[in-house]
Design a protein around this ligand. Structure first.
Ligand code: SF4
Length: 264
């Protein structure tokens, strides 16, 4: 993987999530290279070969933080802050150290267990939160859709370690791929370690976008009998499949008093 230095650009940027105003992408691009990734159509490099890092991320961010009051900053919006090169480059750790020093906190989303390396900082921050994203119980299926992520079991162990350390935990059960993602089984596996489970379905609106073309190819090669059934569901949030799944998840939430945040 080639790691190049990006052109200078703002590091702190607006965050579209409710209750969080700003986010930081510690990398530009993502080695995990999930074929369905919603950020793929806007990628600046071919993520299978090259990603970018910010030059002087700490000094620049330090100056940008002068303009805002201490608050929670989101890490993991367009890229995974714990993708494999974080082991060597430590961009995310450096950002966390700075945020902590300046009285800020962090809300993190990752698919990696490398996040446990930074438990020492996270547990000292004021109300830091880590969510681990999961979409497949079956590891063979995971490898088809997510080229470079780690096994689901390892992600769950990371969640457990974070929870044991007193860090607020969550899971993003995402993206649910109809007839493929083992949604209910994953909820059973995740629920003991996640304070909240956010659930989102896979969806597309552009048949020429790279992420849909990737997914179509995988379905065609490995789930050819399901392709015809799955395709219309992925292109319509109004499809009966989503309504029925939503209803069963609502029932599960009520009956088992689970903290499910359902967005399908
Ligand atoms: S880990 Fe997230 S940002 Fe990275 S490729 Fe996968 S979906 Fe995209």
């Amino acid at each position: 993987m080639k790691v190049s230095v990006s052109t200078k650009r703002p590091i702190l940027s607006p965050c579209g999530l409710k209750d969080i105003e700003y986010q930081v992408d510690t990398y530009i691009g993502c080695e995990h290279y999930c074929y369905y990734c919603y950020a793929l159509p806007h990628a600046e490099t071919d993520w299978s070969k090259e990603i970018l890092i910010h030059k002087d991320i700490v000094d620049q961010l330090d100056q940008e933080l002068d303009k805002i009051a201490p608050q929670t900053i989101y890490l993991g919006y367009q890229t995974d802050p714990y993708q494999p090169c974080e082991k060597d480059y430590c961009q995310t750790r450096k950002v966390l150290e700075l945020l902590f020093k300046r009285g800020f906190s962090a809300s993190i989303l990752t698919k990696s267990d490398l996040v446990v390396r930074d438990i020492d900082i996270l547990k000292e921050m004021n109300d830091a939160a880590v969510s681990v994203s999961v979409a497949f119980k079956n590891n063979k299926t995971r490898k088809l859709f997510e080229a470079n992520t780690i096994e689901t079991e390892k992600r769950i162990t990371a969640l457990q370690q974070l929870k044991d350390a007193g860090v607020r935990t969550g899971t993003l059960l995402c993206p649910i791929i109809p007839y493929i993602t083992e949604t209910l089984q994953l909820i059973d596996m995740l629920e003991p370690y996640a304070d909240v489970i956010w659930i989102y379905g896979l969806g597309f609106n552009d048949r020429s976008a790279e992420n849909w073309l990737n997914v179509e190819k995988i379905l065609d090669c490995h789930f050819s009998t399901l392709l015809e059934k799955i395709e219309p569901i992925l292109f319509s949030k109004e499809h009966r499949y989503w309504a029925e799944l939503g209803q069963s998840l609502e029932t599960l939430r009520t009956e088992r008093k689970l903290n499910l945040n359902i967005h399908i």
